[in-house]
Write a protein that binds this ligand. Structure first.
Ligand code: NAD
Length: 498
């Protein structure tokens, strides 16, 4: 097996508070595990409430200076960080691959470049995000200021930990906020390394604080904290609801990027070969551990047999293996518990009468036996079955068939989620019409899972609210202030009594 030959990545295992790596107040640590073989990569400090308080104080203290820095200077620092990430690309990709199981070919080609691109984009955005002058009553000037909200709590999941540090921190920092970020307990390493790179490029102490730890303790406390002005959360819908409840104490702003059950419709007039390749990427990239995964294949009956024959052949040909091997296309799932959950859904599918068309088990290869692997799995099921409605979050796609466009739209809109969905057709009118009727935050036509820092990302319904990326994200990380000025000496500064 050929593996990357670069030097081992630098591993930080302490909390990052006020510009320094420090132990947890109570000295607690927890192992972070390599999902390829179950070995411990490192023992990482686990924050508690006292550490959150310390981090919030540091972020509060840093806020006045950071928020009043010239926007272009904040931008310059974020762009410098993007450069530094690119200089450390192989190291960061290796770290991410070890911690998550995401194959090296993806962390190298997608995660790291996208992380750098996002910080660079928001670096450029910092001095381009403007208020407005509003035409109001004669004699008055009314303008808006876009001001940072303050200390922002950010909670991220384990599926794309590196990329999500940039999605969350890029706009927050560009707008002048300071940050307390909690990575998922399973995958803390890349965010800690990013914090170190931030310090190296000169982002001042206290502006960013990183607190690995348990969601139920640290995450919950961040969501409750009275001195945190906003919480931005990416994770499951169930935890999202808890965040909303916890946020009520100080009515903090909440932004939620939650689960999904992406509909991927292939119409009878689609280019089947393109749809097969795109649909495989949609569900099997990152072992299907993506909120926007195309986890429901909705196939027109005219092309269903041809599509499935080609799709299953492709699924079976995917190279599964050690994610550090540059030829590996699918690595392990990120944790043992999650692997078991995904395999549990195979049984649920069978129990409800679903038919496993391929996969449905761990690969039977001794060299992978200690890892958390699952074969690419294709299941045919009724739209009302649990596997068609619940998020599996693995390399597990459910197939249903349709006859009419109306039926396809109804199937697509048939879950409580509404994050991303795709459709494949050569009919221009159908493409735009169906896109308009899909109840989701994002639609991909003849492609799937495209993301870009300039393009809004987020969902509706049980997939949450608010948008990341682009100008939309900047709106969510700023408060708008309306300023009125009396500019006409002849106008009394109050309403006359008569
Ligand atoms: P999760 O909800 O279990 O955890 C997400 C984060 O929240 C983790 O850091 C966790 O420690 C923390 N957390 C857990 N309990 C908490 C609590 N009570 N209070 C505060 N924080 C708490 O999700 P996960 O299993 O890590 O990630 C998978 C989920 O994330 C999937 O549902 C997936 O769809 C979703 N996701 C959504 C998006 C999106 O942009 N919409 C992107 C990626 C993942």
């Amino acid at each position: 097996m050929s593996t990357t030959t670069s030097a081992p990545p630098k591993i930080q295992t302490d909390l990052f508070i006020n510009g320094r790596f420090v132990k947890a107040e109570d000295g607690r640590t927890a192992p972070t595990i390599n999902p390829h073989d179950g070995s411990t990569i490192a023992d990482v400090a686990q924050a508690g409430k006292a550490d959150v308080d310390k981090a919030v104080k540091a972020a509060q203290a840093a806020f006045p200076k950071w928020s009043s820095l010239a926007a272009s200077d904040r931008g310059k620092l974020l762009m410098r960080l993007a450069d530094r990430i690119e200089e450390r690309a192989t190291e960061l990709a290796t770290l991410e691959t070890m911690d998550t199981g995401h194959p090296m070919r993806d962390t190298t080609r997608l995660d790291v470049p996208r992380t750098a691109a996002t910080f660079r984009y928001f670096g450029g955005m910092a001095d381009k995000f403007e208020g407005a002058v509003i035409p109001v009553d004669q004699g008055f000037l009314n303008y808006t200021l876009r001001q940072p909200v303050g200390v922002v709590g950010q909670i991220v999941p384990w599926n794309f930990p590196l990329m999500f540090t940039s999605w969350k921190m890029g706009p927050a920092l560009a707008a002048g906020n300071t940050v307390v970020l909690k990575p998922a307990a399973l995958t803390p390493l890349s965010s800690l390394r990013i914090a170190e790179l931030m310090a190296e490029v000169g982002i001042p102490e206290g502006v960013v604080n990183i607190l690995p730890g348990a969601g139920s303790a640290v995450g919950q406390y961040i969501a409750e904290h009275r001195d945190i002005a906003k919480v931005a959360f990416t994770g499951s819908t169930d935890v999202g609801k808890k965040i909303v409840q916890a946020s009520a104490g100080n009515l903090k702003r909440v932004q939620l990027e939650l689960g999904g059950k992406g509909a991927n419709i292939v119409f009878g007039d689609a280019n089947v070969n393109a749809a097969v390749g795109g649909s495989a990427f949609a569900i099997f990239h990152n072992q299907g551990q993506a909120c926007i995964a195309g986890s429901r294949l909705i196939l027109h009956e005219a092309i269903a047999d041809e599509f499935l024959e080609k799709f299953i052949r492709l699924a079976k040909s995917i190279t599964i293996g050690n994610p550090l091997d540059p030829t590996t296309e699918m690595g392990p799932l990120t944790s043992l518990g999650h692997r078991d959950k995904v395999l549990g859904y195979v049984q649920i599918a069978k129990d409800q009468g679903g038919k496993v068309l391929t996969g449905g088990a761990a690969p039977k290869r001794p060299e992978l036996a200690a890892g958390y692997y699952v074969e690419p799995t294709v299941v045919e099921a009724d739209a009302r079955h649990r596997v068609s409605c619940e998020e599996v979050f693995g390399p597990f796609v459910v197939v249903t068939k349709f006859k009419t466009d109306e039926e396809a739209i109804a199937l697509a809109n048939g879950t409580e989620y509404g994050l991303g969905g795709g459709l494949w057709t050569t009919n221009l009118q159908r493409a735009h019409l169906v896109a308009r009727h899909m109840r989701s935050g994002m639609v991909w036509i003849n492609c799937y899972k495209r993301v870009n820092p300039a393009s809004p990302f987020g969902g509706v319904g049980a997939s949450g609210y608010g948008r990341e990326m682009g100008f939309e994200a900047m709106h969510h990380y700023t408060e708008v202030k309306s300023v009125w000025v009396n500019v006409d000496a002849n106008i009394p500064p109050y309403y006359p009594r008569s």
